[in-house]
Design a protein around this ligand. Structure first.
Ligand SMILES: C[S@@+](CC[C@H](N)C(=O)[O-])C[C@H]1O[C@@H](n2cnc3c(N)ncnc32)[C@H](O)[C@@H]1O
Length: 304
């Protein structure tokens, strides 16, 4: 159900009251402003794919993306008639951009630390080129690094040969062709033992796909299917199949609320809905927020 709700109320002992199963709330807002006002200990997990470079979702860069005219978005040429999706060009980030990124994640880690319950996990999408700018601020912000989830995905990216010298250096690649996407995995420190934390806060661990199978940190995936992109044409839409595996793992007992502070077209929220989990999504951009409102029910209804 799409509606604008206040953050879940904190109970007197500070423990959050979960939203009813299957409910989600989405807010068009700046995540940082929302997080400032949210009560402490009000979320049980974060699953998010944040903006990188901070510049790619500014109005100017989105206009360049729409006009097909570069900026931080790289427009891969069409291949065999298939129009490939633009991808942010992280290699153009300057030292000042990188410092801004580090500050952004420093601010995010501190804001999330306050609103998460002890033992809450954070899954945060990264990229091999910039993940260090995310991970270090989360560790400095008090989170434990619990590993990385690797989304194994091969995309049709080009641009790995020396520019304007492809033929001269035919046997050369300037950067490995990436076949994986790292998702940083962090946990707010637990209170006491894992079992104590699980009883009190419903967090502290991850949910197994089934009682006999562990949650593994390598998840085979594929690019977001065309039918999902048709429902939600956001430039960074993540596939339901992958997002549902992560959302399922994020709440060890299937109780509590997942937060996505940068929901885009709402793939995290749709995944939570599909699993009957409560979630809250935040999005600053009017167009993407409207896209999410329409897309979440359709994405969550898909069989993947
Ligand atoms: C990488 S995209 C997320 C896409 C999402 N994974 C999906 O599947 O649709 C990041 C989103 O964060 C939004 N955003 C950027 N800054 C924000 C802020 N301060 N508060 C809330 N949303 C923000 C952008 O507009 C963008 O839609």
């Amino acid at each position: 159900m799409t509606q604008l709700l206040e953050p879940p109320p904190a109970l007197e002992n500070g423990a959050p009251e979960p939203l009813c199963s299957g409910l989600h709330a989405i807010h068009r807002t700046d995540a940082f402003r929302y997080l400032e006002d949210a009560p402490p200990n009000s979320f049980h997990a974060v699953v998010t794919d944040p903006p990188y470079g901070l510049v790619e979702y500014t109005d100017g860069q989105l206009a360049k993306l729409r006009s097909g005219n570069g900026g931080v978005w790289r427009m891969p040429p069409a291949l065999d008639g298939y129009r490939r999706r633009p991808v942010p060009r992280f290699t153009v980030l300057s030292d000042a951009d990188k410092e801004r990124l580090r500050c952004f994640f420093d601010r995010l880690a501190r804001a999330l630390f306050r609103v998460l319950t002890p033992g809450a996990h954070v899954f945060i999408a990264a990229n091999p080129l910039v993940s260090y700018l995310v991970y270090e601020p989360f560790i400095s912000g008090g989170f434990e690094k619990r590993g990385e989830v690797i989304r194994a995905v091969t995309t049709l990216r080009g641009g790995d040969r020396p520019k304007n010298a492809h033929d001269e250096f035919a046997g050369v690649t300037v950067i490995p062709r990436s076949a994986w996407e790292p998702w940083g995995l962090f946990r707010k420190p637990i209170e006491g033992r894992v079992q104590d934390n699980l009883r009190k806060w419903k967090t502290g661990a991850l949910r197994r796909p089934s009682p006999s199978s562990p949650f593994r940190d390598l998840i085979p995936s594929s690019p977001t299917p065309a039918r999902e992109r048709a429902i939600a044409p956001h430039p960074s839409l993540k596939p339901q199949r992958f997002m549902r595996q992560v959302a399922h793992a994020a709440l060890p007992l299937g109780e509590g609320v997942i937060l996505d502070p940068f929901m885009g077209a709402g793939s995290t929220i749709a995944a939570a809905d599909a699993l009957g989990l409560s979630s809250v999504g935040l999005e600053i951009n009017e167009e993407f927020f409207a896209m999410a409102e329409q897309a979440i029910p359709e994405l969550s209804a898909l069989r993947v």
